[in-house]
Write a protein that binds this ligand. Structure first.
Ligand SMILES: [Zn+2]
Length: 94
């Protein structure tokens, strides 16, 4: 499953300051609200192209409770699973 980046519409959020990442299936509808704070958000198209350390991680328990699987960029093309039951522990892209 691909990893999508989202940003809150307002650009301001205490929990996800301008950026968070969620793993979703291709057919899944884009999130309309932040799963952490409930604020309106939108999907950022240029997924997984940012440098290491830019992304903000949502609280794993918050994600798991909503059925999400979250990955954290661990290096060039590598992603480690930080929350959720689905998917492999490590993803290698490219
Ligand atoms: Zn938020």
């Amino acid at each position: 499953m691909p990893i999508y980046e989202y940003s809150p519409d307002s650009g301001q959020c205490d929990k996800c300051p301008g950026h968070f990442e969620v793993m979703q299936s291709m057919g899944a509808a884009p999130l309309a609200t932040c799963p952490d704070c409930g604020q309106a958000c939108h999907r950022v198209i240029s997924a997984v192209s940012h440098s290491v350390g830019k992304g903000h991680l949502l609280a794993p328990k918050s994600l798991e409770s909503k059925g999400f699987t979250q990955y954290r960029k661990a290096g060039d093309g590598y992603y480690e699973k930080t929350a959720g039951q689905e998917g492999p522990d490590v993803i290698h892209r490219g």
